[in-house]
Design a protein around this ligand. Structure first.
Ligand SMILES: Nc1ncnc2c1ncn2[C@@H]1O[C@H](COP(=O)(O)OP(=O)(O)OP(=O)(O)O)[C@@H](O)[C@H]1O
Ligand SMILES: [Mg+2]
Length: 378
């Protein structure tokens, strides 16, 4: 499972057969072929002939598709300008023609270990509810979808290990869950990418364990390691948290950049929001990490408004999501999202912009197709 996959472009050389620690999944001859392989397979490294036509553009494009790719360029030239161009295009290592077995292996090993040491590039947003059914999972799901409209990739982790519903919400049949990562040993980017379920939208999902008892095998060290690696691969990581403060959620809260607390405007919701906020502050969570959002707001009939919550938590809410029970429950039963005109979706999209520091934009057209979901429910 942890054998790293590599792809070779425009090179046929018997030396490649000596790379027995790796699996060569394809030898591509054209740009289109390479694009398809990198898009479909979790390829860890690309070995490319830099003297072939369009080689530098191909390297740039390959990295746009899979930015964790370790690229090793092979060249017969010692022209310094070409070497600089190769590095600027994104080649991590270079090796000369004719290929030498030891030199190629050491370039590959180096390029791949460099990829595991890359610094964090991700922004992590964790979502927690203040009472059962507050709508945390709903908010986390639509938040992930909204971010995926402007981010090329995103990791979505279901850390509600016992009762998580992310896979059900999107009608997914995952091959692996977070519990399988425990068996995988070291969580490097290749293992993590292999275990996540990739959706056409660019969202990669890591679901909760299949069996409830397996939840107890996931500990905070594993969660820390997953989040560290996810952060180095994905520009955004969204986490759906359970409503409890234990070592696992603690590790996630510590690692996240924003903790979005979802509450309803009823007495229990407001009291729990205050209680949770006070506890988090005592644990040392910085105030600026915590944000509050009101969900299922009934304008006109609610006895309380957002000010009641804001007084309790000494902070302004970053959004008030309306109650839209019928559309949400049909969508949730069908495992399909509501459409982009739905007020719940629209409000969560605005919250996503705020959390990610973006200006509000027009809804992207064709997002349903981009997300790869079927017909929407309104
Ligand atoms: N804004 C909304 N309007 C109407 N219904 C909503 C809204 N948000 C969520 N719901 C519905 O509320 C129910 C609970 O939502 P969800 O599962 O997201 O809550 P949760 O906080 O994650 O619950 P749990 O405590 O079980 O984790 C679901 O049926 C969902 O469709
Ligand atoms: Mg939930």
């Amino acid at each position: 499972m942890s054998v790293k996959k590599i792809c070779v472009h425009q090179i046929e050389d018997p030396v490649l057969k000596t790379l027995t620690d790796y699996k060569i999944v394809a030898t591509s001859k054209s740009r289109d072929e390479l694009r398809n392989i990198i898009g479909a397979e979790h390829v860890a490294a690309l070995i490319i002939d830099l003297d072939a036509q369009d080689a530098f553009d191909i390297v740039v494009e390959a990295l746009e598709i899979r930015h964790s790719l370790a690229v090793i360029g092979v060249t017969g030239t010692n022209d310094v300008n070409r070497i600089i161009r190769a590095q600027r295009a994104g080649c991590r290592q270079l090796t000369c023609k004719p290929l030498d077995e030891n030199d190629l292996r050491s370039a590959l090993n180096r390029a791949l270990s460099e990829s595991d040491d890359r610094p964090s590039l991700g922004k992590t947003i964790a979502v927690m509810g203040t009472q059962g059914g507050a709508g945390a999972t709903t908010v986390a799901c639509y938040l992930a979808m909204s971010i995926a409209e402007f981010s090329p990739s995103l990791a979505f982790l279901d850390l509600d290990l016992e009762f998580g519903t992310v896979a059900k919400a999107w009608d997914l049949n995952p091959r692996y869950t977070i519990a399988d990562l425990r068996e995988a040993g070291e969580i490097d980017r290749h293992v993590l990418e292999e275990m996540m379920l990739d959706l056409p939208s660019g969202i990669s999902v890591l679901p909760r364990p299949e069996e409830i008892e397996a939840a107890h095998n996931v500990d905070e060290a594993l969660v820390r390691s997953i989040l560290h690696t996810a952060n180095s691969i994905f520009p955004y990581v969204v986490i759906d948290l359970p409503r409890k403060l234990d070592a696992v959620t603690g590790a996630a809260i510590e690692a996240c950049h924003k903790l979005l607390i979802v509450t309803q405007l009823n007495v229990t919701g407001i009291l729990n929001a205050g209680r949770l906020n006070d506890g988090l502050l005592r644990f040392g969570v910085p105030q600026e990490k915590i944000e509050f959002v009101v969900n299922r707001f009934n304008k006109g009939t609610s006895m309380l408004d957002a000010k009641a919550l804001e007084t309790k938590v000494h902070k302004k809410t970053i959004g008030v999501i309306p109650n839209h029970y019928k559309s949400l429950s049909v969508a949730s039963d069908m495992g399909q999202p509501v459409n982009e005109e739905n007020p719940v979706r629209k409000t969560i999209s605005e919250i996503a912009n705020t959390l990610c520091g973006r200006q509000p934009t027009q809804a992207a057209t064709g997002w349903m197709a981009k997300l790869g979901f079927g017909a929407s429910k309104d």
